[in-house]
Ligand binder design. Structure first.
Ligand code: DC
Length: 234
């Protein structure tokens, strides 16, 4: 039997979920999966194949195309801590982080069949435990039996500031107001959609990162894991 646990990290956009999950996985020697990257990958496929018309996803065509979409993660050669997303064998890590994708992805993520496909793939990745996966439905749908469920949150303005800084560093053009508006719109869509909306589960531990440094967040999460591992041993 493995001692490794499954860790589900859910929360709003740009609250530091992926940064925390990646650092936690590294510290524990676990796999890290950014499930949002997979939804972004599908959104990119839809844009590149003209499956979004005037901001409206062509649902039936998207559903019919799902067997043609292959998503995998591979280690980045220059940044070994980072897993890059590959869409049909091509590294699309940079392409999926643009504001264009951010604007379209929530609509794509609300299509039931898209979710069914990605959830199945995500479950396979976590079959053997030892995984930290972040997203919106990880504790509720993908891994309902996860030993640790975190719900990460932060004030909207603080999240927008972080996201804005990140985009500036990457040389991606967007105003602060646009970033804040996109975050608010995505949060609303993600938490009000019919299929697997973002919810704060009763068995999740809430982590408000508004006033915590990444190091402090990691310390809190790591201590929670240590407690669980210790309880498992006794
Ligand atoms: O975490 P992110 O911002 O990269 O996620 C991109 C989009 O995908 C976001 O609108 C929410 C959606 N998503 C989802 O519906 N379920 C997940 N497990 C992960 C992301």
């Amino acid at each position: 039997m493995t001692n490794k646990i499954t860790i589900a990290v859910d929360g709003y956009s740009s609250c530091g979920k992926s940064t925390l999950s990646k650092a936690l996985a590294k510290k524990l020697g676990y796999i890290f999966i950014d499930s949002g990257a997979m939804y972004r990958g599908v959104a990119l496929y839809c844009i590149e194949n003209k499956l979004i018309n005037n901001n409206a996803p062509l649902e039936q065509q998207i559903i019919a195309s799902l067997p043609d979409i292959s998503l995998t993660f591979q280690k980045n050669d220059e940044l070994p801590d980072q897993n890059d997303l590959f869409l049909n064998g091509i590294n699309v890590e940079k392409k999926i982080r643009t504001p264009e994708i951010a604007n379209q992805v929530s609509k794509i993520a609300s299509i039931k069949e898209v979710r069914l496909k990605l959830v199945e793939e995500q479950r396979k990745m976590g079959e053997r435990g030892g995984i930290v996966m972040d997203g919106r439905d990880i504790g509720s749908v993908v891994f309902p039996n996860a030993e640790l469920k975190l719900f990460v949150t932060a004030q909207a303005e603080i999240r927008a500031k972080r996201r804005f800084k990140e985009l500036q560093q990457k040389g991606i053009d967007a105003s602060f107001e646009e970033v804040l508006q996109n975050l608010n719109e995505r949060d609303l869509l993600d938490s009000s959609r019919e299929e697997s909306p973002l919810v704060q589960l009763k068995d999740a531990i809430v982590l408000d990162t508004s006033n915590l440094t990444p190091e402090e967040q990691l310390e809190v999460a790591f201590n929670l894991v240590l407690n669980i591992l210790q309880a498992k041993r006794t």
